[in-house]
Each structure stands twice: as structure tokens, then as C-alpha cells.
Design a protein around this ligand. Structure first.
Ligand code: HEC
Ligand code: HEC
Ligand code: HEC
Ligand code: HEC
Ligand code: HEC
Length: 239
């Protein structure tokens, strides 16, 4: 569903003049960071719940502090999510700056694995993976875990991005190179050109409300001959 919504938002954006694919941010050690992002961590079943009430104190007692933040930034692009959806480039996350901003690791690193040898600040993807795990229904999936934690704080603090583009760079090639049309092409030719590559999206579209909507006509509601109007009934669908 989200893909469809994005596709439609995208169609409008694409049709706006002057818009081309966003420039992809690069750092010197970007490749190493991306490689790390591709790691799949074994799922952690049990977490330590004896210090949940005051996790912050727990971490301070364990001697965890900003000195343990050795990575300036991460890119987040887990294969756990990618196997399901792949709309965007990995999300860059300024870890050290965030850690310094809050000065409290527990805000994000809210639990640790039960295994004594595990890191206090184990990465999220160890515990949050698929969007629904029937054995651990209380655990939200990795994408939701990020979205909820990242956006909630940005919203509460009124700082940091809450709009999609603030975190996501789209994984979309520049269409100037892709779309091949003669001068003065008619609308049918344009649509046909898009469909050359976007046939799956076109099929998806056929099952959406955009294609199938119908509803009571305000002119006939309550009358003896109540008519349903819409693309699913009386209106014509063209391509
Ligand atoms: C505060 C940052 C942030 C914001 C704002 C945000 N996201 Fe995300 N999003 C993430 C992170 C982090 C991931 C996980 C990246 C990964 O591991 O692949 C993610 C993953 C995703 C994915 C799955 C990965 C992919 O490439 O397809 C989709 C789809 C997505 N977000 C859509 C959205 C949409 C739509 C919005 C706006 C309503 C949005 N996000 C806003 C941080 C954000
Ligand atoms: C704003 C949220 C946030 C804060 C605050 C934060 N971290 Fe993190 N940290 C993350 C995320 C997200 C990751 C996971 C990156 C990944 O999985 O690729 C991470 C990963 C780590 C890792 C790597 C773990 C591994 O297994 O490789 C360490 C170490 C770490 N954090 C230490 C700290 C310490 C110490 C603090 C407090 C001084 C801290 N973090 C504060 C969000 C945060
Ligand atoms: C050791 C395992 C573990 C790690 C590591 C972990 N979580 Fe969780 N998380 C859980 C469990 C268990 C729950 C469900 C808690 C409950 O019973 O409500 C949860 C719940 C959540 C929730 C739902 C709301 C809430 O706070 O209960 C969010 C959001 C979340 N985690 C985000 C993250 C992020 C982001 C990271 C990495 C910075 C992370 N988690 C690291 C185990 C973990
Ligand atoms: C505890 C609160 C908190 C959490 C959790 C948090 N952020 Fe932020 N974030 C902030 C604040 C505050 C700023 C504004 C910082 C500034 O203006 O210097 C910010 C800024 C940002 C920015 C814009 C600056 C930049 O680095 O380019 C991005 C992107 C971002 N956050 C991504 C994320 C992602 C991704 C996550 C989740 C993994 C996340 N944040 C979790 C508080 C948070
Ligand atoms: C030669 C192949 C090709 C043609 C022709 C083409 N596209 Fe694309 N388009 C792509 C690819 C590849 C992507 C990125 C992968 C994806 O999201 O499907 C993309 C992505 C998009 C997206 C973003 C979708 C998203 O999920 O974020 C939009 C919107 C879009 N195209 C619109 C159009 C329109 C409108 C036309 C016709 C004027 C068109 N495209 C013609 C190949 C093409």
C-alpha cells in the first residue's frame, strides 16, 4: 500500500518541472558503513529485564558513556527491511551527534540482551527484525522501531526531520535519461512510455481506489432510483 501511495506522490513530483533525482550523500568511509548496514545479526530472543525501570542508571552503573561511541555515523539499510521494500538509499544517522545531544544512551538503547557477553548498546536489528513475529508479538519490526523512535523524538522536541525526505534519499534513477519520447508526444504516448518500465505499478493501480472508486450520487441519494457513480461503475476508465 505504502508503495502505491509513494508512487502516486512521486508521479506528481515527477511531473513538476526541474526535479531530478536527489544527490546521494557521500562520506569518505561510506562504503564501509554500507557494508556494516548489510549485516544480518542473529535474532536475540531473550532480553534482560531486571533493570528496565531505570535503564539510564543501569547504563551509568555499567560505566557506559559517550566514550563508548566510537562510530561518528551509521548508515541504516538493513537487509531485513530491504527484502520486503527498497524505495530508498540507506538512511544516514549521525550517531555521535545524537548521543551527545541527549547524553543518555538509554533513550535509544532501551534494552540489552540477556546474554552477559552482549553489548549493553546492542544494535536494534538484533531484537527488531520482521514486521511481525508470532513468537514475539510485542516486538515491533525494525522499520517500525526506527520510525517510531526516531520520529517520535523529533516530533516531541520540534527538532530533527519528521518529513520523509528529511531522512530518505530516493533510490530512483534520473528519468531524463530513461524517458524517450518524440517532440510533441500525445498523452497516450507518454503513458505508454511510462508503462514500458512501470508495468507492475500499473497492475497495482488497477486494484486501488483510484481505479475502482464508487459512491452514491448526491443527486439521487434518498430517491427511489439510488445511483452509484464512480470509476467502478458508470465512469469510463481509459489508460
Ligand atoms: C527520522 C528519520 C525518518 C523519517 C522522517 C522517515 N523515515 Fe522511513 N526509515 C527510516 C529508517 C532509519 C529506516 C530503516 C532503514 C533501513 O534499515 O533500511 C526507514 C525505512 C523506511 C522504509 C523501508 C526501506 C526502503 O528503502 O523502502 C520505507 C518504505 C520508509 N522508511 C518510508 C518512509 C516514509 C513514507 C516516510 C514519511 C512519512 C518516512 N519513511 C520517514 C527513517 C525515517
Ligand atoms: C538517538 C538514538 C541513539 C542514542 C542516543 C545512542 N545511540 Fe547508539 N545506536 C543507535 C542506533 C540506531 C544504533 C544502531 C545502528 C545499526 O544497527 O546499524 C546504535 C548503535 C550503537 C553501537 C554499535 C552496536 C553494535 O552492536 O555494533 C554502540 C557501541 C552504541 N550505539 C553506543 C552508544 C552509546 C554508548 C550511547 C550513549 C552515549 C549511544 N549509543 C546513544 C542509536 C542511538
Ligand atoms: C535486547 C533487545 C532489544 C534491543 C537491542 C532493542 N529493542 Fe526495542 N524493544 C525490545 C522489546 C522486547 C520491545 C517490546 C517491549 C514491550 O514489551 O512493550 C521493544 C519495543 C520497542 C519499541 C516500541 C515502543 C517501546 O518503547 O516499547 C520501539 C519504538 C523500539 N523498541 C525501538 C528500538 C530501537 C530504535 C532500538 C535500537 C536503538 C531498539 N529498540 C533496541 C527489545 C529490544
Ligand atoms: C532522543 C531524541 C532523538 C532521537 C531518538 C532521534 N533523533 Fe534525530 N535529531 C534529534 C534532534 C534534537 C535533532 C536536531 C539536531 C540539530 O539540530 O543539531 C535531530 C536531527 C536529526 C537529523 C538532521 C540532522 C542530520 O544529522 O542530518 C536527522 C537526519 C536525524 N535526526 C535522524 C534520526 C534517525 C534516523 C533517528 C533514529 C535512528 C533519530 N534521528 C533519532 C533528536 C533525536
Ligand atoms: C526505462 C525505464 C523507465 C521509464 C521509461 C520510466 N521509469 Fe519511472 N522508474 C524507473 C525505475 C528503474 C525506477 C526506480 C525503481 C522503482 O521505484 O520502481 C523508477 C521510479 C519512478 C518513480 C518513483 C517511484 C517510487 O517508488 O518512489 C516515479 C514516480 C516514476 N518512476 C514515474 C515515472 C513516470 C511518470 C514515467 C513516464 C513519464 C516513468 N517513470 C518512466 C524506470 C523508468
Amino acid at each position: 500500500m505504502i508503495k502505491k501511495i509513494i508512487f502516486f506522490m512521486g508521479v506528481f513530483l515527477f511531473l513538476m518541472p526541474g526535479l531530478s533525482a536527489a544527490e546521494v550523500w557521500k562520506a569518505p568511509d561510506q562504503e564501509k558503513a554500507k557494508e556494516r548496514a548489510r549485516e544480518v545479526v542473529p535474532f536475540v530472543k531473550e532480553y534482560k529485564d531486571d533493570c528496565l525501570i531505570n535503564r539510564r542508571t543501569c547504563l551509568v552503573d555499567a560505566g557506559i558513556s559517550i566514550k563508548d561511541v566510537t562510530t561518528v555515523y551509521f548508515v541504516l539499510g538493513s537487509p531485513v527491511i530491504k527484502k520486503r521494500e527498497d524505495h530508498y538509499e540507506p538512511v544516514r544517522f549521525a550517531h555521535k551527534r545524537h548521543a551527545a545531544l541527549t547524553n543518555d544512551c538509554s533513550v535509544c538503547h532501551h534494552f540489552r540482551p540477556k546474554d552477559e557477553n552482549a553489548l549493553e548498546t546492542t544494535r536494534c536489528s538484533a531484537c527488531h527484525q520482521d514486521s511481525f513475529n508470532p513468537d514475539y508479538p510485542e516486538r515491533i519490526g525494525l522499520k517500525a522501531a526506527y520510525h517510531q523512535q526516531c520520529m517520535q523524538c523529533h516530533q516531541n522536541q520540534g527538532k530533527g526531520p519528521v518529513d520523509c525526505k528529511g531522512c530518505h534519499l530516493q533510490n530512483v534513477p534520473d528519468h531524463k535519461e530513461l524517458v524517450k519520447l518524440p517532440d510533441g508526444a500525445d498523452p497516450f504516448q507518454v503513458t505508454a512510455e511510462c508503462l514500458r518500465c512501470h508495468d507492475t505499478q500499473a497492475d497495482d493501480m488497477l486494484t486501488t481506489a483510484h481505479w475502482l472508486w464508487k459512491g452514491p450520487s448526491p443527486y439521487t441519494t434518498g430517491h427511489r432510483k439510488d445511483i452509484m457513480h464512480g470509476k467502478g461503475t458508470t465512469a469510463l476508465n481509459n489508460f
